[in-house]
Design a protein around this ligand. Structure first.
Ligand SMILES: *Cc1c(COP(=O)(O)O)cnc(C)c1O
Length: 455
């Protein structure tokens, strides 16, 4: 019998998150205050986040207990399944063994509830009544709307205008789960009003929507802010993915040679690979290859710089050392594949800087070609984001066909594409065009980086 799915029993779901900060080869650079440009303390973050999350952000404990209440909610959709892609392997005629861990079976259709749920929980525990957040295409907003519904918290979502106009379905998900969703730039904040004055038709950007949500939280006592990617505590919560996968790969009697995932802010892929990279640190699997895949139109890792930058557009969010295209970056409207954030998780940026992980950028027609091949072999219609991972995984499997090597490839499949069918439609009807970010735009954006006294 060919076993194509590996199920982990609910009683075997991991009960701890893995904190890579315990094992990083070098310490992480500190965060800086956006106004004073001084190192950031817990008290600076307290208006934005509950203390438990601030502690997790800097903790160097290797294992962090998942609260019982969070485990209970995780068990409404976890453990997720690890699949063996026999049908894709056959279609590619490759000796490679391809596995994928699929997060599209959560109620919101992606990995994002893995952090939305604990974030809502810790805010509730601290007595917070309301949260403000941003969303791009709406995955994060919808995941947090569900988390907030479970824990009885009011939610306001600033949604990037171009997505708000073009993708009504995720807004309706948010509203069904009880959140209020408005397009960004909005008139509800100074950051939004300033932008609308300069550029009335501004399509919006994640960085600007973050500015609005941060301002909302900073100016109200009953409100906190919540971020769906990038930060250390978000990556921490996502490690449930890789910890489950380790157990499932053992059931399959397999160990990955290559792990491939897409990176926007980096949370889903870090959630998969951080639990494996400790084997690389310890020397148990020195030659493990970890490949981050990003769009050519938002090439944060492959063409951005490793520098201090603001987390948002208006310069109100903390400054972090990360791979960045500059905080004023606005993605081209023709880009359909998600992964549009100007920066990258500081943990991923550091690991990339140390040469421990790889990155490649791919064009959008190629990712949809891979997504269609995957849909026609494995059946799943993947989100455009994880299609980036599929493209590179397929390339690696075809290299194995050339060389005759039977490598084991593990794909982080972060979500389904049921609300992204118009992008598939554009691809299938030949309307999708490739777009690489021009050098001069990168150069211009990088002139606006904040000056931090390096020390
Ligand atoms: C949000 C999202 C991403 C990108 O965010 P990361 O933090 O890089 O994971 C990728 N895939 C899906 C399905 C998403 O919803």
């Amino acid at each position: 019998m060919k076993r194509a799915m590996y199920f982990l029993d609910q009683k075997d779901m991991p009960t701890k998150w893995y904190n890579v900060l315990a094992d990083m080869p070098e310490p992480m650079p500190p965060y800086f205050h956006p106004g004073t440009k001084k190192p950031l303390g817990p008290e600076d973050l307290a208006p934005l986040f509950p203390m438990e999350l601030i502690k997790q952000e800097v903790s160097t404990e290797r294992w962090i207990e998942i609260p019982e209440e969070v485990q209970d909610v995780y068990r409404t959709y976890r453990p997720t399944v690890l699949h063996r892609a026999y049908r894709l392997e056959k279609a590619l005629d490759t000796p490679a063994k391809i596995f994928y861990k699929y997060e599209g079976t959560s109620q919101a259709g992606s990995h994002k509830p893995n952090t939305a749920i604990p974030q809502a929980y810790y805010n509730k525990k601290e007595g917070i009544k309301r949260i403000a957040t941003e969303t791009g295409a709406g995955q994060w907003g919808s995941a947090l709307a569900m988390g907030c519904a479970f824990f009885g918290i009011e939610l306001k979502v600033y949604m990037v205008r171009i997505s708000y106009d073009q993708k009504p379905y995720r807004r309706i998900l948010m509203e069904t789960w009880g959140a209020r969703c408005i397009p960004s730039p909005s008139k509800d904040t100074k950051a939004g009003r300033d932008m609308l004055e300069k550029w009335p038709d501004c399509p919006g950007s994640l960085g600007l929507a973050i500015s609005e949500a941060v301002e909302d939280a900073m100016t109200r006592d009953d409100t906190h802010y919540s971020l769906g990617s990038v930060l250390n505590h978000v990556l921490l919560h996502q490690t449930i993915i890789g910890e489950e996968t380790r157990k499932q790969m053992e059931m399959a009697d397999a160990y990955p040679d290559i792990i491939v995932g897409c990176v926007g802010g980096g949370s889903n892929f870090a959630g998969q690979f951080l639990p494996w990279i400790r084997d690389k640190f310890s020397g148990k699997k020195k030659d493990l290859r970890i490949v981050c895949v990003e769009p050519e139109s938002c090439p944060t890792m492959t063409r951005g710089v490793y520098a201090y930058d603001f987390g948002d557009t208006a310069g109100m969010a903390p400054i972090a050392k990360m791979h960045t295209l500059g905080h004023s970056f606005v993605p081209a409207p023709i880009h359909a594949g998600g992964l549009r954030y100007h920066g990258m998780a500081p943990i991923i940026s550091k690991l990339y800087d140390l040469g421990l992980i790889d990155a490649v950028a791919v064009h959008q027609t190629a990712i949809f070609e891979a997504g269609v091949k995957f849909a026609r072999t494995e059946g799943i219609i993947a989100g455009p984001e994880p299609c980036h991972a599929l493209k590179v995984a397929i390339d690696e499997a075809l290299k194995c066909k050339e060389s005759g090597e039977a490598k084991t490839i593990l794909i982080a499949l972060s979500g389904h594409g049921h609300f992204d069918l118009s992008a598939y439609d554009a691809y299938l009807s030949g309307k999708l065009q490739d777009f690489a970010l021009p050098d001069k735009e990168i150069k211009k954006a990088l002139t606006e980086l904040p000056e931090i006294p390096e020390g």
